[in-house]
Design a protein around this ligand. Sequence first.
Ligand code: PMP
Ligand code: GLN
Length: 378
Amino acid sequence: MRSKLPDIPTSIFAKMSQLAAEQNAINLSQGFPDFPSSPELINLVTKAMKEGYNQYAPMPGLIELREAISQKIELLHQYYYHPDSEITVTCGATQAIYTILSSFIFSGDEVIVFAPAYDSYAPTILAQGGIVREIALKAPDYSIPWEEVQAVKNNKTKMIIINSPHNPTGTILSLGDMKKLEGFVEGTNILILSDEVYEHIIFDNEIHHSVSRFPSLASRSFVVGSFGKTFHNTGWKMGYCASPERLMHEFRKIHQFVVFSVNHPIQKALAEFLKKESNYLSVPQFYQQKRDTFLSLIKDSRFTFTPSKGTYFQLLNYAELTDLNDEKYAEHLTVDHKIASIPISVFYKPKKDLKLLRFCFAKKNDTLEKAADILRKL
Ligand code: PMP
Ligand code: GLN
């Protein structure tokens, strides 16, 4: 049988979470909170169900929710997306990403992707017959090597994918990066997929430089968001895409045949919940405390690290502990020490031996303490 993705294994997130469950290990691998979503939000979902929001939602999403998303973006970034024609509610960010790439990437089109990266980008590009132009971020700060980006640009370059705050490294793009990006796309038709799912998980009073803050970028960009990250309910798979109308028009042609529309009662609840700005403005502080708790608990371990600037992930370098490669070491830690993490090498093609593991700190303090007890003893 022919395969569309012959070289693509099962996602590392599925693999490590399954191993963690089998081994009864503390699961700091796949990124999801182990504490509940807001009871107020859950009540709003129940209320919406009781009020009858149980049939298909409108294809692009409930207008109240699209309006609330538009208002949030305008408040934070002073850029207006028209709720009617420039925002679509999606089944998580993953569906938004799939829909963008399947709407715009034709066979032979090149897409610039930075490694390490969220694992859905490359397979989705390949499934469209596109070509992945992978550029490794420059360690130790995982900055974008803009000269290399410039060097791979050619007349087949269709799109560039950026992700800030960045999974898995926990770095963020600077104002300087955004200016470089403006220069890079100027005078071209290159599109930008800006994966901003961790927009509200950013620390130390840093500013999230959304592409929507830069009119010359916004006019060619898709902004992708995820309520799962912001409101602690990754299992609801709710996200959105915002883009200029001419791009959104094409996006919706595919969206309507991928899912048609997404969970109606949850859209109603999110529309209501977003009205209270503190519900998202409090998220950075909440996660900064989690990061600081985790880092102070492991500061006397033999791992070395640079504190995450955003996302709910922390990279730990284990070069002082073993020569094992990261996949083997992640497996060993899960099976023999009962703590699961994500190896970073799998996010590069070909794999890179970096002695780095990613740990998710979106966990109850009690979980973080138990995890740190294990990590300190290694
Ligand atoms: N992009 C990045 C960078 C992510 O980390 C994730 C989730 N892990 C997604 C997209 C997908 O988000 P969702 O769960 O809303 O599909
Ligand atoms: N984005 C999450 C992570 O990085 C996982 C998403 C998934 O399981 N596909 O861990």
